[in-house]
Design a protein around this ligand. Structure first.
Ligand code: SF4
Length: 429
């Protein structure tokens, strides 16, 4: 039995795009093999990169594209690459495919449906960075994705796109896939590197940054799936990449949208799309109801009067991974927060006390609110935690764990009141 025969059936996820860049081949629920990838223009960016450009040319192209990392923080990709290049080889490239933020399933579409797009991006990135090895760290809960990537790597090697002397040049590059064991914290890049080295996936203190001291102590670039999948597009389009989307936020962006919309799924758009337009693209709110709130993954909560927010990385933009979970007018904010706080308390790695204990206590208070046993004092403590968990934590999980609560306390105080008084119609009839 070859790898392809072991791949389980892919989940039905609605995919839509007007841009046809990242999702050009990914609209149908199947995996594009190498023959189809090549006959539809795949690996031509790699050929162009290796024959027309030096590694430095590619880095400059990525810098000029101003591509922001699509993993959440939105850090400029070219700057990260340049930082790594300031440190002597060997250098490593690591693809963060540990996608596990609540409501986030966009990278999954590329991995499962168009894996060669990611591989092509990684090979070009490896060339630009002077790396000989790349790793894909994929979350353990994506078993199909793991097998699909293994199969795609084998195909790419057979076709001469990966391995020794790629396309007859003196550039050699290999990619290995590593499965995580189901810990959200391993999506944090330094915890990911620890895990990849075979250790417990706890974040490292920064600095030094991975671009200085990364995998096995060597300079390492960690980019996520969507970021690396943009690289073949940048090489293909060169300066025309800057015609895709608004100034400062060029390029296609994937938005996973779920909750109370008619067509939950993954949508490709430019970052000048607003939250409202994205919800419309997803068929609007179910049963003609109104939006009550939008949960932005780990980032926070938007209210119905903030739907004109652009989905970009500006200070006023939606930012992050673009994760959008829609609640309608009949949903209870406390219910949604209960799910979010349960997630963070479960996933805190426990390295720092304010995060380990604080996320637990947040969840306990949310349970009390849900049950109608919380007091004003609990609410005060919740506010205290929202300020102090981020201020005393060392990584992104602790920084973001209280975001949704802090936003909801600010934007939906009446929902908390309704639970103190047991007047919430959803929870207390
Ligand atoms: S902030 Fe939380 S998840 Fe991050 S290192 Fe500390 S305990 Fe672990």
């Amino acid at each position: 039995m070859n790898i392809r025969d072991k791949i389980p059936r892919l989940p039905e996820i609605h995919v839509e795009s007007n841009l046809n860049l990242l999702l050009r081949r990914a609209k149908e629920n199947r995996t594009v093999d190498i023959e189809e990838y090549v006959t539809t223009g795949g690996y031509s960016a790699l050929k162009k990169a290796l024959t027309k450009f030096t590694p430095e040319d590619i880095v400059v192209l990525v810098e000029e594209s101003t591509l922001r990392g699509r993993g959440g923080a939105g850090f400029p990709t070219g700057r990260k690459w340049r930082f790594a290049l300031m440190n002597p080889p060997p250098r490593y490239l690591v693809c963060n495919a540990d996608e596990s933020e609540p409501g986030t399933f966009k990278d999954r579409i590329i991995i499962e449906r168009d894996p060669h797009l990611l591989l092509e991006g990684m090979i070009i990135a490896g060339y630009a960075l002077g790396a000989k090895e790349g790793y894909i760290y994929i979350r353990g809960e994506y078993p199909a994705g793991y097998l699909i990537l293994e199969n795609a790597i084998q195909e790419a090697k057979e076709y001469g796109f990966l391995g020794e002397n790629i396309l007859g040049t003196d550039f050699s590059f290999d990619i290995k896939v590593y499965r995580g064991a189901g810990a959200y914290i391993c999506g944090e890049e330094t915890a990911l590197l620890e895990s990849l080295e075979g250790k417990r996936g706890h974040p490292r203190l920064r600095p030094p940054y991975p671009a200085q001291v990364g995998l096995y102590g060597k300079p390492t670039v960690v980019n996520n799936v969507e970021t690396l999948s943009n690289i073949p597009i940048i090489v293909t389009y060169e300066a025309h990449f800057m015609n895709i989307g608004p100034a400062g936020f060029f390029g296609p962006k994937l938005f996973p949208i779920s909750g109370k919309v008619n067509k939950p799924g993954v949508y490709e758009a430019t970052m000048d799309i607003t939250l409202n337009e994205l919800i419309e693209m997803a068929g609007g709110v179910k049963d003609g109801k109104k939006v009550k709130a939008v949960f932005a993954g780990a980032l926070g909560v938007y209210s119905a009067d903030e739907l004109d927010t652009p989905m970009d990385y500006s200070p006023k933009g939606f930012g992050g991974t673009g994760t959008t979970i829609v609640l309608d007018e009949d949903d209870c904010i406390i219910d949604a927060l209960l799910v979010i706080t349960n997630f963070f308390h479960h996933e805190s790695c426990g390295k720092c006390t304010p995060c380990r204990v604080g996320t637990y206590e947040q969840h306990v208070i949310m349970k009390k609110l849900k049950e109608g046993t919380a007091t004003e004092k609990d609410l005060e403590y919740l506010k205290h935690l929202a300020k102090n968990i981020p201020a005393n934590s060392i990584c992104g999980l602790g920084f973001s764990a209280p975001n949704a609560i802090a936003d909801a306390l600010n934007k939906f105080p009446e929902e908390f009141e309704a639970h103190l008084n047991k007047t919430c119609k959803v929870c207390f009839g």
